[in-house]
Ligand binder design. Structure first.
Ligand code: GRF
Length: 227
């Protein structure tokens, strides 16, 4: 069998959803997703990992695991519209069912977001709507909150906003600094993102009329909070 027949038979016998992951840097959330796939806990095919930065460390990690990678360099495009158009063209070349933002550090245009409505997820390192934007852990420490965490949400045109799929909460401990708090949250990110993507893959998670519909297995682990 040549590679082409192989692909066709894979598709026929394999109804798995395909996912494109967008990164900008380290890619530890991407790694958590790939690891869940490798363990057989996440029934998706990762069609590609795309970065807007050619030097993103996550690109090497993905390539080492045999995942196709691509770069759409924002610096090579004049303005957001042009970049987003090139990015969408690259993504759509893989025809994914779901696009997963995993530390993708670009603000996306409304047209781009609408194009992927209901199939674009993001993870943000705070309990939204608290602390949208950058430096979330430092800001949480400055505010003196005792509970912090992360949020997986469908992406809407507003920055770090959009219907919440699942949140994970962690305590803020006396003596925490930005690094210790970030590490505690990141540990939860690596649990909730594969979980949310699995729900989508299993058709348990949809966005309907701007609201999350979720048929999650219950009970969820204690730190996780979801509608
Ligand atoms: C994570 O904290 C994620 O929530 C935020 O950016 C960070 C990316 O980390 N959006 P990584 O690249 O997944 O390691």
């Amino acid at each position: 069998i040549g590679p082409k027949q192989n692909r066709t038979s894979d598709r026929d016998s394999n109804p798995m959803k395909s996912v494109v992951i967008l990164i900008s840097g380290r890619g530890s959330n991407m790694e958590a997703l790939l690891a869940a796939v490798a363990r057989g806990e996440l029934p998706v095919r990762v069609a590609a990992v795309i970065s807007n930065r050619p030097d993103a460390k996550g690109l090497e990690t993905a390539a080492a695991q045999g995942v196709p990678t691509a770069v759409v360099d924002h610096k090579a495009h004049a303005g957001r519209e042009a970049f987003d158009a090139a990015l969408a063209e690259c993504i759509d070349g893989y025809a994914p069912d779901l696009v997963v933002l995993a530390g993708f550090m670009r603000i996306l245009t409304e047209g781009f977001v609408r194009h992927y409505e209901g199939r674009l997820l993001n993870i943000h390192p705070s309990l939204l709507p608290s602390f949208p934007g950058l430096h979330t852990h430092q800001r949480a420490l400055e505010e003196g909150v005792r509970i912090h965490g992360c949020t997986v949400h469908f992406v809407t045109p507003a920055l770090d906003h959009g219907p919440v799929v699942v949140q994970a909460a962690v305590p803020v401990l006396d003596g925490d600094d930005e690094a210790t708090l970030a590490a505690r949250v990141l540990q939860q990110e690596h649990l909730v993102y594969p979980l949310a993507v699995r729900w989508f893959a299993e058709d348990r998670l949809t966005l309907e009329g701007g609201r999350v519909r979720l048929a999650a297995e219950r009970p969820l682990p204690a730190t996780l909070i979801s509608p």
